[in-house]
Ligand binder design. Structure first.
Ligand code: KIV
Ligand code: ZN
Length: 514
């Protein structure tokens, strides 16, 4: 039985602070899928966005509110009436809404950014929290740059927020400056000095600029915080936020020294990690704790020997605990749809009949090309088919390239453009330059290729390659991803998928025109 004293609330801000990471924009459909998964895995509070920041953010908060069943849905608002009212409107359909309002309290932010006196900041806190409380009973307040705020003023600010009705007090380490001892001391100081704080939940929100976000969050919990704000894969501005998977697994694996409980079903961690990485096209670093490709790989002979004798010799948690299946080999070439559906469900994908048929056809084609199909192949296949299905303005039918030392690369492509078949060719500085130039002939654009990477999904020269592409046009970012055993084909498909997103954006801006 969980003792309420030991219960730590998990507040996920992947969709808000995570999305603030440059280039990590997610579509509404992706946000809905991620929020559903977070809700199912037991996240207590989902911060869905900052409604007054853009119509897209407003729509995301509104839709997530309507969809989420158990978790509290939270919307961010600066300390201004418009923001707070928009947050309230966007949350109107939520079963459990929360407004999160904030203002900076450090001398440097108040003086240079806000250009407000400390007394004015206190007044802004009073009026923002009061207004938020008139819209919902669940109000969180944050002193931005809290860890660099003067302690006396921080206490006065927190007291003001509490008196105005804040129910959660979140202390952000906005610039990732604090260290574990200090993080704990601030929480202890607030608990000792601020009247009424015992009636509120204290929260911690740490950025990772010095690589200490997780350590600082856990230190805050040790000192009495009972909510951790975090993101999947540690996504977030600059060096990111505390990673959800790390704080959760740290408290679980070292429950002997950190005796706290969360509601998180850790077996869903890997799935949501892949989902976020795919949506944002932010790759997960290979040696990232918990969710990195190498997190459970044992290469050294001495380690492998120990592992075979007893997994506990080198493994402090089991791969299954975070949703990595014991065996990675999927199925044979003769397996049927039912087996595929079951395997996909095991990997966390729920597919309807149409999607299953589509993926099944691709699976068969892949099994024909590759001797062995692994789970990672299946995941790559799911990710690339989701990207292809997103929009169909352009569809790649065929690619043929010739290139080599001392000769110009030449590419010939067959494409369907808005339903019409076209054959195009171009030369270029290498096979991709030639192929991308050919695509540009049927879809002129001024987008800059800001990122391109290719990864082998598994080992072996017959491995599938996943290609990821990021394009920027007029400050807008679109991404595309695709997988194929042919690297050139995967890259051109990824490019076409990104251009399809561009086409759909252009259409939204000027209906009818692409
Ligand atoms: O880092 C920060 O200060 C924030 C606040 C809005 C909570 O994200
Ligand atoms: Zn933040």
């Amino acid at each position: 039985m969980t003792n309420q004293q030991d219960r730590v609330l998990i507040f996920d801000t992947t969709l808000r602070d995570g999305e603030q990471s440059p280039g990590a924009t997610m579509t509404l459909a992706q946000k809905l899928e991620i929020s559903e998964t977070l809700d199912r895995m037991g996240v207590d509070i989902i911060e869905a966005g900052f409604p007054n920041a853009s119509p897209g953010d407003f729509a995301a908060v509104r839709e997530v509110s309507a969809n989420v069943e158990d978790a509290v849905v939270c919307a961010l608002a600066r300390s201004v009436s418009d923001d707070i009212d928009r947050a309230g409107e966007a949350l109107a359909g939520a079963r459990n809404p929360r407004i999160h309002t904030f203002i900076a309290t450090s001398p440097i932010h108040m003086q240079h950014k806000l250009q407000m006196s400390p007394e004015d900041v206190l007044e802004a806190i009073r009026s923002a929290v009061t207004r938020a409380r008139s819209l919902t009973d669940n109000v969180q307040w944050s002193p931005e740059d809290g860890t660099r705020s003067e302690h006396d003023f921080l206490c006065r600010a927190v007291e003001t927020a509490l008196k105005a009705g804040a129910t959660t007090i979140n202390i952000p380490d906005t610039v990732g400056y604090t260290v574990p001892n200090e993080s704990a001391d601030i929480i202890r100081m607030l608990r000792e000095r601020v009247p009424g704080i015992e009636n509120a939940v204290i929260s911690t929100h740490c950025h990772n600029d010095l690589g200490m976000a997780v350590a600082n969050s856990l230190a805050a919990v040790n000192a009495g915080a009972r909510q951790i704000e975090c993101t999947i894969n540690g996504l977030g501005e600059r060096a990111g936020n505390a990673a959800l998977e790390e704080v959760v697994m740290a408290m679980r694996v070292r429950n002997d020294v950190m005796p706290y409980q969360t509601r998180i079903d850790s077996s869903r961690i890997m799935h949501v990690s892949r989902m976020v990485s795919e949506a944002t096209q932010f790759p997960v670093q290979f040696n990232k704790a918990i969710v990195g490709k190498n997190a459970f790989a044992h290469e050294a002979g001495i380690h492998q020997d120990g592992m075979l004798k007893n997994a506990g010799t080198y493994e402090i948690m089991r791969p299954e605990d975070v949703g990595i299946a014991k065996t990675n080999l999927v199925m044979g070439k003769h397996s049927g749809r039912a087996a595929l559906r079951e395997k996909l469900a095991e990997l966390g994908y729920r597919v309807g009949t149409n999607r299953l048929n589509d993926v099944f056809a691709k699976y068969k084609a892949l099994a024909d090309k590759k001797r062995e199909v692994f789970e990672d192949d299946l995941i790559a296949l799911m990710q690339s088919s989701a990207s292809e299905d997103a929009n169909e303005y352009l569809r790649l039918r065929s690619v043929s390239v010739s290139c080599g030392t001392n000769r110009e690369a030449f590419a010939e492509l067959g494409l369907t453009v808005d339903g019409e078949h076209r054959e195009v060719s171009a030369t270029g500085d290498g096979p991709l330059d030639a192929a991308f130039s050919a695509v540009k002939k049927v879809f002129p654009h001024s987008a800059r290729l800001s990122q391109y990477h290719v990864n082998a999904v598994t080992e072996g020269t017959d491995a599938q390659a996943t290609a990821s592409i990021r394009l920027v046009e007029d400050g807008r970012i679109v991404v595309g991803q695709a997988a194929d055993t042919d690297t050139i084909q995967a890259s051109v498909l990824a490019y076409v998928n990104a251009l399809n997103s561009l086409a759909s954006r252009r259409q939204k801006r000027a209906p009818g025109a692409v």
